[in-house]
Design a protein around this ligand. Sequence first.
Ligand SMILES: [Zn+2]
Ligand SMILES: [Zn+2]
Length: 564
Amino acid sequence: MRRVTVGWGIASPVTITFLGGLGEIGRNCAAIEIEDRIMLLDCGLMFPDADMLGVDLVLPDFTYLRENKDRIEGCIVTHGHEDHTGGLSYLLRDCSFPIIGSALALGLARSRIEEAGLLDRTDLIPVTDGERRQFGPFDCEFIPVAHSVPNGFATAFHTPQGTILHTGDFKIDLNPVDGRLTDLATMGAIAKHEGIRLLLADSTNADQHGHSRSETSVGKVLREVFAAHRGRRIVTACFASHIHRIQQIADAAIDQGRVVATLGLSMKKNVRLALDLGVLKIPANKLFDINDVADLPPGEVCVISTGSQGEPMSALSRMAAKESKWLTLTEDDTVVLSSHPIPGNEMDVTKVIDALFRIGVDVVHSGIEDVHATGHAKQEELKTVLSITRPKWFTPVHGEYHHLVSHARLAEQMGVPKNRINLCEDGDQLVLTDDSISKGETVPSGYLYVDGSGVGDIGHGVLRDRRVLSEDGIVVIFVAVDVKAHEIISTPEVISRGWISESDTSGLIDECTVAVAEALERATDRGSAIDIEALQKVIRSAAGRFVKQRTKRRPMIVPVVVEI
Ligand SMILES: [Zn+2]
Ligand SMILES: [Zn+2]
């Protein structure tokens, strides 16, 4: 193994701090440190779960990076997906550093940064397939991988502590749409010549047996589906960054004598970007503006739309709700959802499908035909990478905890000794020294929530309150006290929302009022000083007990003591 030796023959340690993506799918972010400099590896966002009420996005906790912002050398974006790039427009508010990646990944990342008005805080540095380049103390090699967005990279860091290989999001597609294979040869060559000290690999599909289907197999199915729906207008929906899917949809459509039009802002933007970069090829005379296709015969039109995840404001959802100003869907249309709902989005997707069926549209989705293939390696592919790279140490990344455990087991099966597999979670730090790789300190790694009002204004407490309110409602109890006269001067007034029917024919509100009044009576000594906080406690526990006993519910109880 190649080692750079400093000082007294001991190489300086290298650390990797995981700030997101280990324990959830999303907000991928890691910090690699050499000689006091930090290279970020991705900076992504996560879309919220259904129980994160009112939350738009979830980011990594940036505390560690903000505290060390002067040491940040740059950020490598492994590919253009938002779970790897979407946090940059937030982190750049506090820090300034260059972003390194393929031209396409940079192009995709750029939009959000530009929207946030932060382009002047960064330089976008494009790197190409197979390029090896030095950034400060970081000697980085960019290795092509196939994924569900073109031009993804695995990254090899040649460090004083040996080579760290990070696979990025990848699959082994032996028939990729663009012919760009996951470069196993280079990974193997590094493994053979200098050895791979630590492998960090994508775990998304680590519990899926077998091998992922090639993206080109989706093209074949799309052609069959299009042929079966000849003469009808076809509207397809897929991820706006899935340029290979867009290519295959366009190819199938054009072969069948259709023209193609994009619908949805991000689809339009990304198609333009990919055409400009030569990553997507659609003849100019076949690409129409959405305004110009409404009057064409249905059998000559294929619309490529956003909204494959049932996002409520997306172009597809609007069409399904008959609210699109661009297209009105009818029984003569076929909608192809060329996607699979990501966890958490199933309900939204089902709603859109139902709405489309109500209009009479013919809907084809991945449950009916194989119109989607995953972008992440399954077990046989992960084993292939483990066998080619023969890592000394292994840490699974990019996955929920059970994915990470499955991947760790695969590594063990492939010969990595158990004591050299470090199962890490968000906030963990790995320290690479001459002797071993072990866990170091932990850093803050909680969820940073973004909602309409800003970043970090809402914490777990706010979310817990929103959950309670949404499930059991709220009961507010007003009591007026005369502090000077040392007495409670009103009977409690109970108001509730979302607990019981507002008309309350059961008389529960009245009973609750009596229960609170009695508790107050028992708890207070006439004439002695009034302790507001103690009163609030008495009200909360009396009302809480009553409500729970009588209705088996736990609404939020808010005692309001008004001093007069
Ligand atoms: Zn990802
Ligand atoms: Zn990805």
